[in-house]
Design a protein around this ligand. Structure first.
Ligand code: PLP
Length: 380
C-alpha cells in the first residue's frame, strides 16, 4: 500500500485544476499584456482569477499580487516594506519558515534591527511578548498564521491589532493555513499564500497587499502586477490557483471536520507508543499531527516508513536536507536530542481512513525496530 502523509511539503494537483490549466498551455497561450485575441483571452482570465481569489479572501482584486511562490511572497513582503520606510526595526518569530527567517537575517545585514519573538511550549506567540518588543520605529511585524511543522494556529487577530495600535504594519505567512481554515484579515496588511499547498500547481503564489500599503518591488521590468512583480504572468498557474482556491473553499468546512477526526485518531494511537509525545497543541491545523519519539532519529523514521510506502516529513520540509534539529522544536523548548526523533504526518482531502489505519499499524513497528538498533534505548 502507498500512503502520502507529506502534504505540508506539497500536494498533488487536483485533476479539475489540471483540466482548467491545459488550454492556457495549448490554445490560450497569449501574453496577457498583448493586444490581440490571444492576449485579451489571457488578460480576461487573469482578472477573472484575481477576482475569484479576492472574493474568497473578501478583499479587493486590486489588492492581490501574483508571485512565483510563497517564498517570493514572503521576501516581497519583508524586503518590500523594509525598503519603503524610514523605520529600521522589524519583528518576527523564532518559528517562521526559512522564507521569512532567512529574509529577516539578510535584512539585519542590510542595517535593520530584527527581534525574533519566542513562543511557548506549544508554539504560541504570546501577545504580551509582542507588546514588550514593539517600538516606535517598528516598520513591520511578520507572524505566520499557522506553523508548517507543528500546526500551531497563531492568534493573528490579536497580534495584528497590537501591531496597528503601535503604528506598524502586519504581515502573515498563511502558506499552510490558506484554504484550510478561515482567514482573519482585520488589521492584516500583507498575507502570503502558495498554490501547491492546496492541490494547485507549483510555481505560483500570491501576496495580499492592503490598498495604500507602500511596497518596493523585488523585480523591475515591464510593470506587471501593478508594478509590484514584473514578469509575463504565469497564466496556467494563475487559473490553476483560482480553481484550487474555489475547490478548497467548497470543501473547507467538511474537510476540516473530516481531517480533524483522522488527525485525532492518529494522535490517540501514536502518542500511546512508549516514550513518545505530541508536539504542538491539540487544537491545531486540521491536517497536521507531529510526534516526538525518544531513541529514534527522524531521518531513519522517514526512510523506514518510505520502505513501507509511506511518505512523511521530519523537521522543516524545505530544510530536511540539513541534519540540524528543527528550529521550531528547539524554540518550543525541546532539547536537541529530543528534537531529532520527530515525525510529521500531514493529510489532504485525498487522505483516506484506510491510509490512516495503515500508518497506525506501521509506525509502532518501525519505531520498535529502530529502537532495537539504538545504543541509547533503556533495556530492562
Ligand atoms: N511558508 C511556509 C509556512 C511554508 O510551509 C512554505 C513551504 O513549505 C513556504 C513559506 C514556501 O512556500 P513555496 O514552497 O511556495 O515557496
Amino acid at each position: 500500500m502507498k500512503a502520502y502523509f507529506d502534504n505540508a511539503s506539497t500536494t498533488c494537483i487536483s485533476p479539475e485544476v489540471l483540466e482548467v490549466m491545459k488550454p492556457y498551455y495549448l490554445e490560450k497561450y497569449g501574453n496577457a499584456s498583448t493586444m490581440h485575441q490571444w492576449g485579451v483571452d489571457a488578460s480576461e482570465a487573469l482578472e477573472k482569477s484575481r477576482e475569484s481569489i479576492a472574493k474568497f479572501m473578501k478583499v479587493k482584486p486590486r489588492e492581490l499580487v501574483f508571485t512565483g511562490c510563497g517564498t517570493e511572497s514572503d521576501n516581497l513582503a519583508l524586503k518590500g516594506i523594509a525598503f519603503s520606510t524610514q523605520k529600521k526595526h522589524l519583528i518576527t518569530t523564532q518559528i517562521e519558515h526559512p522564507a521569512v527567517l532567512k529574509t529577516a537575517v539578510w535584512l539585519e545585514k542590510q542595517g535593520f534591527d530584527v527581534d525574533y519573538l519566542s513562543v511557548d511550549s506549544q508554539g504560541f506567540v504570546k501577545p504580551e511578548t509582542l507588546e514588550k518588543k514593539i517600538r516606535n520605529d517598528t516598520a513591520l511585524v511578520s507572524i505566520m498564521t499557522a506553523n508548517n511543522e507543528i500546526g500551531t494556529i497563531e492568534p493573528i487577530e490579536e497580534l495584528a491589532k497590537i501591531t496597528h495600535d503601535h503604528g506598524a504594519l502586519f504581515h502573515t505567512d498563511a502558506v499552510q493555513a490558506f484554504g484550510k481554515i478561515p482567514l482573519m484579515l482585520e488589521h492584516v496588511d500583507l498575507l502570503s499564500a502558495s498554490a501547491h499547498k492546496l492541490h494547485g500547481p507549483k510555481g505560483i503564489g500570491l501576496l495580499y497587499v492592503k490598498e495604500g500599503t507602500q511596497l518596493t518591488p523585488l523585480l523591475h521590468g515591464g510593470g506587471h502586477e501593478y508594478g509590484l512583480r514584473s514578469a509575463t504572468e504565469n497564466m496556467p498557474g494563475i487559473v490553476g490557483f483560482a480553481k484550487a482556491v474555489e475547490l478548497a473553499e467548497k470543501h473547507m468546512e467538511n474537510e476540516a471536520k473530516r481531517q480533524s477526526n483522522l488527525r485525532d485518531k492518529l494522535i490517540k494511537s501514536l502518542e500511546s507508543i512508549d516514550d513518545s509525545w505530541l508536539n504542538g497543541p491539540r487544537e491545531r491545523l486540521p491536517n497536521n499531527a507531529h510526534f516526538g519519539f525518544d531513541f529514534v532519529e527522524g531521518e531513519s523514521l522517514v526512510l523506514r516508513l518510505d520502505a513501507n510506502g509511506i511518505a512523511v516529513g521530519t523537521g522543516s520540509a524545505c530544510s530536511s536536507h540539513d541534519l540540524m534539529p528543527s528550529h521550531v522544536l528547539l524554540a518550543i523548548g525541546l532539547p536537541p536530542e529530543k528534537a531529532h526523533g520527530s515525525l510529521r504526518l500531514t493529510m489532504s482531502k485525498y487522505t483516506t481512513e484506510e491510509e490512516v489505519d495503515y500508518v497506525i499499524d506501521c509506525v509502532p513497528n518501525v519505531v520498535g525496530d529502530l529502537r532495537k538498533l539504538s545504543p541509547l534505548v533503556r533495556r530492562s
